[in-house]
Design a protein around this ligand. Structure first.
Ligand SMILES: [Zn+2]
Length: 385
């Protein structure tokens, strides 16, 4: 059948009739239920104590990134932390799931960072690490390069253990903050910041670009069509956005220019191309990877992923990208963990994921690699023991 005929059939309502509605089913409503009868292993707790290298316990008001939850305008007193979940609830979650430590990546900057340190880190030493973020809302001021380097150093002294870069850099931050040309990931004004991070031993937790399909036209061939229908702001197709390849290349140039700075590339580089990520790790000894929120990419290619984890077992860190900045998000974060554990520890087939209709396949890592991925690699990168 030609594509045209098939489409015509759809328009006539022939192949896909929703039985009780008498009309074609909308793609967004298609929720197939699996009829496979395969083993389902329940893994409520990790087999070793985990360091989750990618959690959001807080965020900052006015962070230059569209969000439905967080107010976008900075108040007159400057950056304020937004973090209303109760640390005790999060600690209970950690007990349940065998999570020994969480790295709160979005600790904010300036006074917001201090608020976060007082709320989360001082009262519970050893359970939470915090990262500082660049003060983007000043990135268009003269003297920013020096200011940001000094802020990074100040944050390290105040207790920050990493520097977190959101996709703000490359996709939202513009020359006049929200207007004008986009600022490049490898813009030289950030060089002193990357160097300061290296000098003060703060690994840079970097999110650059997004899944490839977010850069593709939102049409019938787009792998994440339904997600982009639901969240149109995730699309970076067209307009003045750089391509995924340009963003990745700019990040690679930054890593090349700052060999003494460690980069933890979040979301597996947002790349489902593990051949490319292997090249990145081979070329840049200062790079490591974290896989939060990308099980759907690596779990759909379990054999390639297994070989990748075997080869780069010293350079992959566990992370979930759990967002726990409000009390109502604790339960959702709690539900994330068993799927990660099941993926890593079992060889179960066709594991469901929340939020996508794709299924994944367990890679059953051997104990030596599990220990590295669950905590040893993170202990080394963040210098904890
Ligand atoms: Zn994240």
């Amino acid at each position: 059948m030609t594509r045209r005929k098939w489409m015509a059939g759809l328009a006539g309502g022939l192949p896909l009739l929703a039985q009780d509605k008498g009309c074609p089913l909308a793609v967004k409503d298609y929720q197939p239920q699996s009829t496979l009868h395969v083993p389902e292993t329940n893994v409520p707790r990790a087999c070793f104590p985990v360091i989750d290298s990618h959690v959001h316990l807080s965020t900052v008001v006015g962070r230059l990134m569209p969000s439905s939850d967080v107010p976008e305008k900075e108040g007159p007193d400057g950056p304020k932390a937004f973090s209303t979940s109760d640390p005790k609830d999060v600690l209970a979650l950690m007990e349940r799931r065998n999570v020994r430590m969480m790295v709160n990546v979005t600790g904010g900057y300036g006074p917001a960072l201090n608020e976060v340190i007082d709320r989360w880190h001082k009262p519970y030493p050893g359970r939470f690490l915090v990262c500082v973020e660049p003060w983007w809302t000043r990135a268009n001021e003269p003297g920013y390069a020096k200011f940001q380097a000094a802020e990074t150093e100040k944050a390290a002294r105040a207790g920050a253990r990493g520097l977190k870069i959101l996709k703000t850099l490359g996709l939202y931050l513009r020359e006049n903050l929200t207007t004008g040309p986009l600022v490049k990931v490898d813009d030289p004004r950030f060089d002193p910041m990357w160097e300061a991070a290296g000098a003060h031993r703060l690994p840079v937790l970097i999110h650059v670009s997004d899944p490839e399909s977010f850069f593709d036209p939102v049409d019938e061939r787009n792998e994440r069509y339904t997600a982009l229908l639901r969240r149109p702001e995730w699309s970076f197709h067209g307009r003045d956005f750089p391509s995924d390849a340009e963003l990745q290349a700019a990040r690679d140039r930054v890593m090349a220019r700052h060999p003494r700075t460690e980069f933890l590339i979040l979301h597996f580089g947002n790349s489902a191309n593990l051949g490319y990520m292997a090249e990145v790790l081979d070329r840049y000894p200062n790079a490591t990877l974290e896989f939060g929120a990308r099980l759907e990419e690596i779990g759909r290619q379990p054999r390639v992923t297994q070989r990748f984890f075997d080869r780069y077992q010293d350079r992959i860190l566990f992370g979930t990208d759990a967002i726990i900045d409000m009390p109502e998000k604790v339960a959702g974060a709690d539900r994330l963990y068993p799927t990660y554990f099941r993926f890593l520890e079992t060889d179960d087939d066709y594991i469901p994921l929340s939020g996508v209709y794709w299924r994944i396949y367990g890679i059953k890592l051997p104990e030596t690699i599990l220990r590295k991925v669950y905590y040893q690699n993170a202990e080394r990168l963040f210098r904890v023991s």
